[in-house]
Design a protein around this ligand. Structure first.
Ligand SMILES: Nc1nc2c(ncn2[C@@H]2O[C@H](COP(=O)(O)OP(=O)(O)OP(=O)(O)O)[C@@H](O)[C@H]2O)c(=O)[nH]1
Length: 235
């Protein structure tokens, strides 16, 4: 049995996957959760994947039908969890595999409130999917609330080099400009690359939390000092 250190409570990281239709968001999620590619599953696995797919399709439908019934919505959305140990700390990674609408990748307020970090996925063989995440990223970085949200950009389907429409340099440049992590992976070929994506984002989420905590501490000290000095000046 694994014993947790008293000061090592399990923490949660909510990760939202966004990207245009067909870029491989579900394939990345399934690879991370099961180490397998969705195409590898046999008869039993196909049932499981069909179930995931149906839940994903239904959740989008029910969201539009029951927009105001948030409990139903949360139960039916595609959120999956996996507990991992990252740098000796136990982390529950919750993944929201969003349902894309065509070539765009929009995000709802509910998703933004929920997410601690975001994976923006494009298909290296589909330039419009790259443009979709570029636009989404610009919106996120311009929003006051979301500008510091940890984001990792993923160029998926790296195995399809002969159909490539977006160079690795373009992906790197976008990540550099918008302060994001960047990976090119193939959900079809390797588990390790996909694992690195999620673990990098968890690292960024932890760094951001630590930074916010220390900033809150500094703000508290400044407030107390200005209260003391303000009082003295008034006396
Ligand atoms: N060759 C190749 N095919 C992939 C890869 N990842 C996903 N696919 C295929 O791309 C198609 C779309 O994958 P999904 O995971 O369903 O894509 P999605 O982004 O979840 O799509 P939506 O649910 O419509 O938003 C499927 O046929 C996958 O088998 C990859 O790395 N390489």
């Amino acid at each position: 049995m694994e014993v947790m250190e008293p000061n090592q409570q399990r923490v949660e990281a909510n990760i939202l996957l966004l990207g245009a239709h067909n870029v491989g968001k579900t394939a990345l999620t399934v690879r991370f959760l099961t180490r397998r590619f969705i195409g590898e599953y046999g008869d039993i696995g196909e049932t499981f994947i069909c179930f995931l797919f149906i839940v994903k399709m239904c959740s989008g439908f029910i969201y539009t039908q029951l927009n105001n019934v948030s409990t139903c919505f949360l139960i039916l959305e595609s959120i999956y969890s996996r507990v991992d140990r990252v740098d000796g700390q136990e982390i529950c990674i919750n993944i929201w595999d969003s349902q894309a609408e065509g070539k765009t990748c929009s995000v709802s307020d509910k998703q933004l409130q929920w997410a601690d970090g975001m994976v923006l996925v494009y298909d290296i063989c589909d330039r419009s999917s790259f443009e979709a995440i570029r636009q989404q990223l610009q919106l996120i970085r311009r929003s006051r609330k979301m500008s510091s949200l940890p984001v990792v950009i993923v160029g998926n389907k790296r195995d399809l080099q002969h159909h490539r429409r977006v160079s690795g340099e373009e992906g790197h440049l976008l990540a550099l400009t918008e302060r994001c992590g960047f990976f090119e992976v193939s959900a079809a070929e390797t588990y390790h690359g996909v694992l690195l994506v999620f673990h990098r984002l968890v690292d960024l989420v932890r760094e951001t939390r630590a930074l916010r905590k220390s900033m809150a501490g500094v703000r508290g000290i400044v407030r107390s000092m200005s209260a003391v000095f303000g009082k003295k000046r008034a006396e």
